[in-house]
Design a protein around this ligand. Sequence first.
Ligand SMILES: [Zn+2]
Length: 212
Amino acid sequence: MRCKCGAAVDALGAHYFGTCPYRRADYTVRNTALVHLLVRALRRSAQWRDVSVEVAIATPDPGDEGLRLDVRAVNAASTAAKRMEESVARPLGDTLLWWVVDAPANQVAAAGREVRKNRKYSDNHPDETPTLSFSPVVWETFDRLGPATAKFLAWALGGPNRSSSLAAFLTDASVILRRFNARLVIDGLACSLSTRPIAGEKGPPRRADISG
Ligand SMILES: [Zn+2]
């Protein structure tokens, strides 16, 4: 079976989880849901103040997606600003699949994404100050956290008397990811179906044909 974009779709529907150009709107909505979840969690924590969502910042490089620094917050104790960007890494891609098969407990996709995000953002702050730092917040499609992300969130949202808050945040993020997985596959399959109304008949078509 092939997607409308031309890519092959396997039985898991892995193509729809992060690479389909027809699903970009869904990826953006998923990212927005995760960003606002993080913002709400940070605002509920006494550890942070001035929590805000940032807009994308264009870079002069043509073809570059720009800097998409999602969340900014100020640490109440140190007054240092922290920037965070959330993203979802796909562990089922062709280049990662054998790594995942070989060591399924390792967060290979998320760990790699953390390294790339740190490389991209840590040297490229638009208003760099000595007290500004960046932390990637990287999930995998099936809700695993990257290793650096797990440490960061445990520090940023956890701590004494806040373990339930951190647990609630992680549960909510997991629910968002899993519901979007279902939505991505359903929308993707619909995108890969061609519907042909029967000539002369009004109303929804009675059958759908799988393209490709
Ligand atoms: Zn596609």
